[in-house]
Write a protein that binds this ligand. Structure first.
Ligand code: SF4
Length: 694
C-alpha cells in the first residue's frame, strides 16, 4: 500500500467514568477479538486497543490512526460518535467504522442512521470479528482511499457510496467455528487491561436459543449457539488467574458474557475450571453471570463448583404466561426458577432476579403478582427494570410500538455522561412508561413497589422479619404487602423519601433525546449532573439515603409492618413475653446498622438497655422459644464500629461528601459489613459480637 507501512488501526470499546466509577468495568473482549484476528492475518497492520476515552482522544491527536473502529452500545454510542468526529476533524481521511448491536432492526432506519452520521463511514452489521479484518484488508488494497473503498461492495454493512444514496448489504451468516478467532487472552492482547480497574470478561459460547422480543440475542441471527473449545477455555481461565495474581490482585471479579451460563451440558465442567483458579489464585471471589433459564440440575452443579462466588442471577422478566407468549419467551420453564430457589434457600445461598415493567399486555396487577411470587420464592435480591427500547430488537420496531401502544420516554443512562475536552457527552436510553395495558399512573405505582423492594428487601435488612413471619406460617409477600401499605400511609420521613423518589421518577423523563439535551445543557444543570445530584440511578440514590440517613424511620416502619403481620398470625398470643422481646428487637434492628445525618452520628457508638441476647438468638436461627435468650436483668448494650470500619467510612465521606450523591457512592464503595455495628452487652456470660445481616 504505497508509502504506508504497518497501517495504524485503533479499536475502541469506550466507556464513561462518572464520579470515579466506570460505566462498565468489563475488559474490552469484543475489540480484543478484532485485534486477535488482525494480528494473525494482517501483518501490515499495527492495531491498538482503547477503553478509556481520554487515552483515545490523546492518541488521536498525537498519533492519528488511518482506521478507527468503535463499538456501539446504549452506554457508549455518543462517546463513540464524539471520538469519530474528533478523528475526522484531525485527519479527514481516517476511515471510521462502527459496529455493535445498538442499531435499528429495519433496513430503512439503518441507512438513515448512517446518512445522519457522516462521521461514520461504515456501519458493520452482526459479528465483526472477521468483517473488521476484511474491511481493513480492502482498505489496504485500495491504497487507503475511503472513496474507492465505499465504491465497492462491503459485506454485512451499511454505508454511503460517494455521491449516491446509502446502501445496505445483508448480514453475513455467523461463523460456526468460534475457534477460528485466536484467543485474546492467550495471545497476550488483553494483558494491558489487568490494571486494577477492569474485570476479565469470559465468553464460553455465543447466541441464545430463546427468542425474547426485547433482546438482541433473541433475534434469529443469534438463535444458534456456538461454542469455544473447552481446552482453550480452561487455559484462558488459568491465564486470567495468573495475570490477576501478578498484576491486579485486588480484582476479585470475573464477568461471564454468556446469556445462559450453567444451562449447557459442559457448563459444570467449565465451573470446575474456575474452581481450579480459585484454589490456585484465590480468584474469582465474585462471578457475575446471567444463569440459564432451564436445566436447574446443571445450574446447581455449576454453582456448587465455584465456592459460592457465583450468585444465581435469574433474569425472570415476567411470570405471566400471556406476557411471556407475547414477548416470545414461552419456552422458558417457570418451574425451573422456583426449583432453583428452593434448592438455594435450603443451602443458605443467595440469589438475584430481574423483573421488567412495561412489557406488552402486562397490567399492574399481573406485574405485582409476579413480584410477590418472586418474593415468596425467597429471592434475596429482586431488580426491577423498565422495558428498554433497545435498538435491533423486535419490540423497538415501529410496528411493535403501534401494536402494543407503547409510550416511551428518554432519560440519561446512569453513569454514562462526561465532559471531554470541554464538550458534554450524554448517553440516553428510551424506556416504556405506559402501554395498552399499563397507564403512566400504574407505572408510577409499580415503581413505588420497586422502591420498597430496593430499600427493604434488596438490602437484606428485612430478612429477620421475613423469617419470623415465615416461622409463624405467613408468606414473605404478606409482610411485603403490609409494608407497602404502611409506607404509603406514612406521614413522616419515609413518605417524604418516597414522594421525592416519585417526583424524580417523573422529572427524569423526556419525550425525546433533544428535549433531554436541552434540559441538561444549562450550566447549572450540567454542574448538578457532574456532581451526581441529578441523572443518577434513582433506585440506588433513594435506597442509599434510606440506609444511611433515614434508617431509624425506615426501620420503624419495617418493624411496624412485621408486628402487624405477626399479630395477624397469632404470634403475640403464642410467644411468651412477646411485647418485651419486640421492644428489644425494635432497638436492635435499628441500631445494628450505622446511620445518621452527619459523619459523627454515622461513626459514633450508641447505647441502649436490652433484656435479651439477640445476637445469640439470631445465630441460633430465630427460635420462637425466647426464654433461653432473656437476660437476668436489663443490660447496658453498646453498638459500635471498630477503628478500621470508622476509617473506611471517614475516607469515603471525605472523598464523596455526605450529600445525596455522596450517600450513593458511600453505599457503593464501603463494604456492607463496615456499616454493621458490633454489639457489646454488659451482662455476665455475654460479650462482644459482630452483628450480621441474616
Ligand atoms: S433468554 Fe435472555 S439472552 Fe436469550 S433472548 Fe431472552 S433475554 Fe435475550
Amino acid at each position: 500500500m504505497g508509502t504506508i507501512e504497518r497501517l495504524p488501526v485503533y479499536l475502541a470499546d469506550l466507556r464513561h467514568t462518572y464520579m470515579g466509577v466506570l460505566g462498565s468495568d468489563a475488559m474490552p473482549l469484543n475489540v480484543g477479538y478484532l485485534k486477535a484476528v488482525m494480528d494473525r492475518d494482517l501483518p501490515d497492520v499495527a492495531s491498538r486497543l482503547f477503553v478509556y476515552p481520554e487515552k483515545l482522544l490523546e492518541a488521536l491527536r498525537e498519533a492519528p490512526p488511518r482506521v478507527l473502529m468503535l463499538s456501539n452500545y446504549t452506554w457508549n454510542e455518543q462517546l463513540s460518535l464524539h471520538a469519530a468526529r474528533v478523528a475526522k476533524s484531525i485527519r479527514p481521511d481516517t476511515l471510521v467504522v462502527m459496529g455493535g448491536p445498538n442499531i435499528h432492526d429495519e433496513p430503512s432506519r439503518q441507512t438513515r442512521y448512517v446518512s445522519d452520521h457522516p462521521e461514520i463511514d461504515i456501519y458493520v452489521l452482526g459479528e465483526g470479528d472477521f468483517l473488521a479484518r476484511d474491511i481493513v484488508q480492502a482498505f489496504l488494497e485500495v491504497d487507503g482511499s475511503i472513496d474507492r473503498l465505499l465504491d465497492g461492495d462491503i459485506a454485512s454493512s451499511v454505508y454511503v457510496r460517494p455521491g449516491a444514496e446509502a446502501v445496505r448489504n445483508d448480514l453475513s451468516k455467523r461463523r460456526r467455528n468460534l475457534d477460528d478467532i485466536p484467543s485474546p487472552w492467550l495471545t497476550g492482547i488483553m494483558d494491558e487491561f489487568f490494571d486494577g480497574r477492569l474485570a476479565p470478561l469470559w465468553e464460553t459460547n455465543r447466541g441464545c436459543p430463546f427468542t425474547c422480543t426485547f433482546c438482541v440475542q433473541g433475534t434469529e441471527y443469534y438463535n444458534r449457539v456456538t461454542y469455544f473449545d473447552e481446552d482453550r477455555l480452561r487455559e484462558e481461565v488459568e491465564y486470567m488467574g495468573r495475570m490477576i495474581e501478578e498484576r491486579s490482585p485486588n480484582m476479585g471479579v470475573l464477568r461471564i458474557a454468556d446469556p445462559n451460563y450453567g444451562m449447557y451440558r459442559r457448563d459444570p465442567r467449565l465451573s470446575g475450571f474456575i474452581g481450579e483458579a480459585q484454589r490456585k489464585y484465590g480468584w474469582p471471589t465474585f462471578i457475575d453471570a446471567t444463569t440459564g433459564k432451564n436445566r436447574p440440575d446443571r445450574i446447581i452443579e455449576s454453582l456448587e463448583r465455584v465456592s459460592g462466588a457465583l450468585v444465581l442471577y435469574q433474569a425472570v422478566q415476567s411470570l405471566d404466561e400471556d406476557v411471556l407468549r407475547k414477548v416470545k419467551r414461552q419456552n422458558i420453564k417457570l418451574d425451573a426458577y422456583e426449583a432453583l430457589q428452593v434448592h438455594l434457600r435450603g443451602r443458605g445461598l443467595k440469589s438475584s432476579s430481574d423483573l421488567i415493567l412495561g412489557l406488552p399486555s402486562e397490567t399492574l396487577e399481573v406485574h405485582l403478582k409476579g413480584l410477590y411470587r418472586m418474593i415468596d420464592a425467597g429471592v434475596s435480591k429482586l431488580n426491577n427494570f423498565q422495558a428498554m427500547m433497545l435498538r435491533g430488537v423486535e419490540l423497538e420496531r415501529q410496528d411493535s410500538r403501534e401494536r402494543y401502544g407503547l409510550v416511551t420516554r428518554h432519560r440519561v443512562v446512569p453513569k454514562s455522561f462526561g465532559v471531554y475536552e470541554g464538550e458534554p457527552v450524554f448517553e440516553d436510553e428510551e424506556i416504556v412508561v405506559a402501554n395498552d395495558s399499563l397507564s403512566f399512573d400504574d407505572y408510577l405505582i409499580a415503581r413505588q413497589h420497586h422502591f420498597v423492594c430496593a430499600v427493604f428487601l434488596n438490602t437484606g435488612r428485612l430478612e429477620t422479619m421475613l423469617r419470623l413471619v415465615e416461622a409463624f406460617g405467613g408468606a414473605r409477600s404478606e409482610l411485603f404487602r403490609c409494608l407497602v401499605e404502611i409506607v404509603h400511609g406514612d406521614a413522616g420521613e419515609v413518605r417524604e423519601l418516597l414522594d421525592a423518589f416519585v417526583e424524580e421518577t417523573r422529572s427524569e423523563l423526556f419525550s425525546s433525546r433533544d428535549e433531554m439535551l436541552q434540559f441538561y445543557r444549562t450550566p447549572q444543570r450540567l454542574d448538578k449532573l457532574t456532581r451526581g445530584e441529578i441523572g443518577d440511578n434513582l433506585m440506588y440514590k433513594y435506597s442509599s439515603l434510606a440506609q444511611l440517613k433515614s434508617w431509624p424511620a425506615v426501620s420503624a416502619l419495617a418493624l411496624t409492618a412485621a408486628k402487624r403481620t405477626l399479630k395477624r398470625r397469632g404470634a403475640e398470643k403464642e410467644v411468651d413475653g412477646f411485647a418485651a422481646f419486640w421492644r428489644d428487637l425494635e432497638n436492635f434492628e435499628t441500631l445494628r446498622y450505622a446511620s445518621g445525618t452527619s459523619l459523627e452520628e454515622l461513626i459514633d457508638p450508641i447505647s441502649t438497655q436490652l433484656s435479651h441476647d439477640l445476637t445469640r438468638w439470631l445465630d441460633d436461627g430465630l427460635p420462637t422459644q425466647l426464654e433461653p435468650y432473656r437476660l437476668a436483668k436489663p443490660a447496658h448494650t453498646v453498638f459500635s464500629l471498630d477503628a478500621e470500619k470508622v476509617q473506611e467510612i471517614r475516607n469515603s465521606v471525605g472523598v464523596y461528601g455526605f450529600t445525596a450523591a455522596g450517600a450513593t457512592m458511600i453505599i457503593k464503595r464501603v463494604r456492607t459489613s463496615s456499616l454493621q455495628r458490633t454489639v457489646t452487652i454488659d451482662a455476665p456470660g455475654v460479650g462482644e459480637r459482630e452483628t450480621r445481616v441474616a
